[in-house]
Design a protein around this ligand. Structure first.
Ligand SMILES: C[S@@+](CC[C@H](N)C(=O)[O-])C[C@H]1O[C@@H](n2cnc3c(N)ncnc32)[C@H](O)[C@@H]1O
Length: 669
């Protein structure tokens, strides 16, 4: 690491490998300058939505938004869609360069018992950096620059880090936001019981760097509650009903007592006063001046006038205390709501826009919701997106910031995902698509066949068309080719599947004597999320082959399609749906872990229903999800239609590993 001092003596710059590497804007696959459209995947509440994939800050009905994808692409696209200078506060809690993987855990219901085996842990995101600190700094640099452009002229950004990289990022931020726009370095006590270290001191704090976009930024000084020690100075009481007070100096003391400070006379004493004579006289007339035993004057400050103790840059008080278990939602690295409350209340007004582009479990979004702020959140991990969704849907049941139940339902919000530049690229370059998938699936590419594209452990493999359903014709042709070339097993990997196709495919293969597996290709965001903690997560095409094969291929999970059976009974205008069965093939490790689950439907984490699916966007109108308090899932859903006509119902089921499956049901009421 080098600090470069140029001719300008004020110029200091942090350099790292590739910092000044130029990104070639003509590269088709370069997401550096992304302007991707957003696809709404789910609406919660009755918020209308733009179907053109563009979201603008000036739209009439504001919608809170949770976006699934890489935040570099998301922020770059937001800037292109008119969001420059539109966000009042950004809080980020990015990976800290810890070199570790972080998980989220779900507790499962098993015959009413919370048994030992019923906790499942999943990797939520990774914070390991193959390219070392240079790649981490590059990743942060790109993103912080975009955040600066998104901030409003009087906005602020809080960057939450720890000892590992905060000092590097401070220098980087001085360059991005301007040294003069640095506001504070906040020391936050994150734990009451630091781990003891044999070499050095245990770490007990995180650091938050605060920058403003300009010198004129929103700041409402926060106060903390009085504690025993801070009440001690309020030991005076005149018994006049005004209550206890303390004495504050009105004469310059110590370093303030410079030789050229002007002295003047007040009530017979000449001294270097800190206030002008008119102010002193006014206080005197109000009975606020106190004469000490040695003849000095002080001002009385009554406890009843004080809002609390002004908060300094060391945050150790109870309002921002380390996360309590009652608040935990099972996501590693979750921060306490009290911390976000202080930040949001200090730096925004009601109605302002708050963003967290590394949302995790959604602490910022939950607090922004409770404080009546508008919000935008994003995360690359589907587990984070599902956790935030569940947390917001259950917000009425969570504690309010004053420790009582919040009691209000979440305002309408939308879940979106970014279009993927990779899939567009692969559609145009099928050979590159097959080559990438072959490596990702740890298989061997084959040539000379019509449908068989690769093989793995003697099974033939076919990769379905990018972002399109695998058709029955493709399945038949592949199976016939397997028979001809004497492959007894075959895997078809697909992006999307029609309900009917997947039901008849297995039957067809069975008749032909082929052991067929239908496998879901994970969403591009899910593939990238295995790389979160690497600056290459923005661009799959830029990853070297050996990383795809060795690192990525090992962590990206390909699963057989789950099976869900839902029955529907119509009684007049009332329809009842019942989740009859749910099966998904578990890995060996998972089946051991989940061995004592007696009803596989309890492997569902969440299911929701759109009673009038419009064929495009899922409108979440009913849901049942596993929560910390209620581990058991409701298995029936009821709805009464107002009119007698045909309706299309869409059911969305998400299992505990984060995979989802949809079922469409048509009904004539
Ligand atoms: C430390 S956690 C945030 C925790 C959060 N403050 C909370 O209270 O739950 C960091 C999050 O950043 C996400 N992340 C990492 N790289 C990302 C990227 N490039 N785009 C979007 N999210 C990313 C991870 O998936 C993870 O959920």
């Amino acid at each position: 690491m080098v600090l470069k001092m140029e001719k300008d003596e004020k110029f200091v710059e942090l350099l790292w490998r590739d910092k000044h590497m130029k990104t070639d804007p003509s590269r088709k696959d370069s997401p550096y300058d992304s302007n991707l459209r957003f696809t709404a995947v789910e609406i919660i509440g009755n918020s209308p939505t733009n179907e053109d994939g563009v979201i603008t800050p000036s739209e009439e009905n504001w919608k809170n938004r949770l976006i699934w994808g890489d935040n570099k692409q998301i922020m770059s696209s937001l800037l292109k869609q008119g969001w420059a200078g539109k966000i009042d506060l950004i809080y980020i809690d990015p990976p800290f360069f810890t070199g570790a993987d972080f998980s989220f855990t779900t507790r499962l219901y098993s015959d009413g018992q919370k048994s030992k085996n019923s906790i499942i842990g999943q990797k939520a995101y990774s914070d390991s950096w193959d390219g070392g600190i240079s790649s981490y700094l590059m990743y942060m640099h790109d993103r912080l620059k975009l955040m600066k452009d998104l901030l409003r002229h009087n906005g602020s950004i809080y960057i939450h880090l720890d000892w590992r990289v905060v000092h590097y990022v401070k220098i980087m931020c001085d360059e991005i936001f301007g040294y003069d726009n640095f506001v504070n370095e906040i020391i936050w006590k994150k734990t009451n019981s630091p781990k003891s270290q044999s070499n050095g001191f245990g770490s007990q704090h995180d650091t938050l760097l605060v920058y403003s976009k300009s010198g004129n930024f929103r700041f409402k000084a926060p106060y903390r509650e009085f504690d025993h020690n801070s009440l001690k100075p309020y030991c005076y009481d005149d018994g006049d009903g005004n209550g206890p007070y303390r004495l504050i100096e009105i004469e310059a003391q110590g370093v303030q007592r410079t030789p050229n400070r002007k002295q003047f006379e007040f009530r017979g004493r000449t001294a270097p006063y800190l206030y002008n004579i008119n102010t002193l006289k006014e206080w005197d007339s109000l009975g606020l001046i106190y004469k000490t035993a040695n003849g000095r004057y002080c001002r009385k400050q009554y406890l009843k006038e004080m809002k609390g103790i002004p908060v300094s840059d060391i945050w150790v008080d109870k309002q921002v205390s380390p996360i309590q278990s009652a608040e935990k939602v099972g996501y590693d690295t979750q921060k306490p709501e009290g911390l976000l409350r202080r930040i949001i209340e200090t730096s925004t007004n009601e109605g302002d826009v708050v963003a967290d582009f590394f949302s995790g479990s959604g602490t910022t979004l939950s607090v922004a919701e409770k404080l009546g702020r508008k919000w935008i959140g994003s995360d690359l991990s589907i587990h984070a997106i599902n956790t935030v969704k569940k947390r917001l849907l259950g917000i009425h049941d969570s504690r309010n910031l004053n420790a009582k139940k919040y009691g209000k339902q979440v305002r309408p919000f939308e879940i979106l995902k970014t279009e993927s530049c990779e899939t567009e690229f692969w559609k145009e370059k099928p050979a590159e698509y097959i080559s990438f998938m072959t490596k990702l699936y740890n298989s061997r590419q084959l040539t000379g066949y019509n449908y068989i594209q690769a093989s793995r452990e003697n099974r033939a493999i076919f990769f379905g068309p990018v972002n399109a359903p695998v058709s029955m014709d493709m399945i038949k042709n592949f199976v016939s080719e397997c028979v001809y070339w004497k492959f007894s097993g075959g895997d078809i990997l697909g992006w999307t599947w029609d309900q009917e196709t997947r039901e008849s495919a297995k039957q067809f293969a069975q008749q032909k004597g082929v052991d067929l597996r239908l496998i879901q290709i994970p969403d591009v965001n899910a593939i990238k999320s295995a790389l979160a903690g690497s600056d290459s997560c923005s661009n799959l095409m830029g990853i070297p082959d050996q990383i795809v094969e060795k690192s990525l291929g090992r962590v990206v999970k390909f699963r057989e399609l789950p099976y869900v059976q839902i029955s529907s009974i119509l009684d007049g205008r009332e329809i009842t749906l019942k989740l009859e069965d749910f099966q998904f093939p578990l890995t060996g490790e998972e089946s051991q872990l989940l061995g004592n689950i007696d009803d596989s439907r309890q492997l569902i984490d969440y299911w929701s229903v759109d009673w009038d699916y419009n064929g495009r966007i899922f409108h979440n109108q009913w849901q049942s999800c596993r929560t910390k308090k209620e581990l058991k899932l409701e298995l029936t859903a009821k709805h009464t239609y107002e009119d007698r006509s045909e309706h299309t119902i869409m059911v969305n089921v998400v299992d505990v590993t984060g995979n989802e499956i949809n079922r469409m049901i048509r009904t004539a009421v």
